[in-house]
Design a protein around this ligand. Structure first.
Ligand code: AP5
Ligand code: MG
Length: 215
């Protein structure tokens, strides 16, 4: 099964994606994670991405699409994949449709996590991410057993560079302007599944599972 997971910054895309990975053996393809890896490796995508990400802007479509295309071409997905945070513009959505035709795969479900904007700031400012394995925690909603230490691998927890107040504000505005129109785009095609993301993580996951089973 191949899934698109959509939602504003901090909606819980990464949190739910890792549950879907554990439950169904899907591969998570997070464009944000791929860009952060590229930035650490200082490769061709990283140099460009760093500039846009630190200020909360989207990385230009052509780079993003090329990166996703390469990833889909170079990897096999035994049980399918979750696109976490891609597409984020109408241009990316259209390109994904032609990549799917070319590589002969289907998108089986488009899941949109719906949550009021006011809740997102708290989620983002409390998030802690593991430097080593990428697991995410929240100081209030999902605290690690030991402060600033990852429960899973013992790695150090950090706050992402795009979690400053200014960058978060720009990310939310960018989402409203460039990504939210995708909800209408997929609604018109009749393919979107809206999930209430404003509930405990377990309940969000149960709703996603149920919606996928009903398909
Ligand atoms: P990306 O890394 O994808 O960031 P984002 O979309 O802003 O989303 P986040 O990862 O911040 O949030 P999330 O929805 O994964 O939430 P999480 O599960 O962590 O992208 C970063 C940047 O890369 C972009 O700004 C852009 O510059 C660039 N980029 C990426 N893709 C691109 C594209 N396609 N095109 C162009 N540029 C692109 O949860 C957040 C916190 O809340 C955590 O602490 C978690 O523990 C907690 N939490 C989760 N669920 C719940 C719940 N139900 N209740 C309480 N707390 C919860
Ligand atoms: Mg994420």
């Amino acid at each position: 099964m191949n899934i698109i997971l959509m939602g504003p910054p901090g909606a819980g895309k990464g949190t739910q994606a890792s549950r879907l990975v554990n439950e169904y053996g899907l591969t998570q393809i997070s464009t944000g994670d791929l860009f952060r890896k590229a930035i650490n490796e200082q490769n061709q995508y990283g140099v460009i991405a760093k500039y846009f990400i630190q200020f909360g802007h989207l990385v230009p479509d052509d780079f993003t699409i090329q990166m996703v295309r390469d990833y889909l071409k170079d990897n096999t997905f035994e049980n399918g994949f979750i696109l976490d945070g891609f597409p984020r513009t109408i241009v990316q959505a259209r390109e994904l449709e032609s990549i799917a035709k070319e590589f002969k795969f289907n998108i089986d479900a488009i899941v949109n996590l719906d949550i009021p904007q006011a809740k997102l700031i708290k989620r983002l400012s409390g998030r802690r991410t593991c430097k080593d394995c990428g697991s995410t925690f929240h100081v209030e909603f999902n605290p690690p057993k030991q402060e600033d230490i990852c429960d899973k691998c013992g790695g150090e927890l950090y706050q992402r560079s795009d979690e400053s107040e200014e960058a978060v504000q720009v990310r939310l505005e960018t989402y409203n302007r460039q990504t939210k129109p995708l909800i209408d785009y997929y609604t018109m095609k009749g393919t979107i599944i809206n999930i209430n993301g404003d509930q405990p993580m377990e309940d969000v996951f149960k709703d996603i599972e149920k919606a996928l089973e009903d398909k």
